[in-house]
Design a protein around this ligand. Sequence first.
Ligand SMILES: NC(=O)c1ccc[n+]([C@@H]2O[C@H](COP(=O)([O-])OP(=O)(O)OC[C@H]3O[C@@H](n4cnc5c(N)ncnc54)[C@H](O)[C@@H]3O)[C@@H](O)[C@H]2O)c1
Length: 359
Amino acid sequence: MEVLVPAPLTTASSVAAWLDHPTGGPLLRQLLASGGQDESALAPVRLLPLERLVALSGGQLSAEALSDLVRRATGAEDHRGATEQAPDTAHPSASPAARPAWRERVVPGRFTGQTVVVTGAGSGIGRATASRVAREGGRVVAVDVVADRLEALAADLGPRADAVGGRLVVVVADITEADGVARIVEAAGPDVAALANVAGVMDDMTPVHEVTDAVWERVMRINVDGTMRLTRAVVPLMLGRGGGSVVNVASEAALRGSAAGAAYTTSKHAVVGLTKSSAVMYGRLGVRVNAVAPGPVITGIEARFASELGAERIGGLLATIPEPVQPEQLAASITFLLSDDAVNVSGAVLASDGGWSAQ
Ligand SMILES: NC(=O)c1ccc[n+]([C@@H]2O[C@H](COP(=O)([O-])OP(=O)(O)OC[C@H]3O[C@@H](n4cnc5c(N)ncnc54)[C@H](O)[C@@H]3O)[C@@H](O)[C@H]2O)c1
């Protein structure tokens, strides 16, 4: 059962709290509908404060429309609690709109001649990583459990990869299944230079006394077991060719206890453990193993609050985190570690989180 952040609603309440609120929910849906959208558009940002939507909407949602929404939902002119901060408006130059836009700068030929396996390639961070590697000349073995996502990737990326000498091989496979892992390895062939373990799922923000076996087992199976199983199969290929690079996608939840529920937090701490153990084991054998810990990223990942305690503890803390970024910004960090540019880096956990980990 999904439980709500308690009323009253403010602009600092999470998008999820607004959607689940008996008055705020219908009003927010109405606002979305007036822009030709529905609530599925908000899935990646459900955990963020409502006020972040202005900056994230790229002009589709104005600050005035948001104020009007809050007024109608709460009947209040001053909708901000006395202790709440306004990170985007307190300092005008802090607004993302005032900053120069980041631009992806492709490094031609950085992965030429290399086979790079990327999991979770159908969506979000994995898709952006697969795309960047292919556009930098790599042969990408793009893995996902959802076939139509890979078809869309192939249609979009295939011709662009071909144009720069890159290649895309898609494999519909579940990284938690032995036959899925076997098919990935077969498609990759013996000469695998790099592996990006990106596939992962979020939990439902439950503390340990509320987590269900189903959520715990799913999160651990995909985030930990799947990552381990594919790495276990690919590392011997890297050892056979004298070296390689593995990048595991962890999370801010690997660095702190306040970014997710018990299951996801535990799983991502385990990913860091696997990363460090492997870096030590293979360091002298030429295989580098690193992790990237993303902060909030706008992707298709699903997260929900199924716990009142989780919503109160985690939802409140999420109000102060950095802006969510585009998956391409994570791909920039991941491809750095995958590439020879990171020749001297192993066992690192690179926080790619806009500075969240420094807070
Ligand atoms: N989005 C964020 O804010 C964020 C923050 C921190 C960490 N992460 C991590 O980044 C990684 C990528 O997440 P995303 O946000 O791009 O999510 P996403 O849901 O957009 O993409 C994940 C992809 O992984 C695939 N996948 C899931 N289980 C699989 C399996 N068993 N086998 C093969 N493929 C599978 C899904 O089908 C999906 O296409 C995850 O490990 C996630 O935990 C994301």
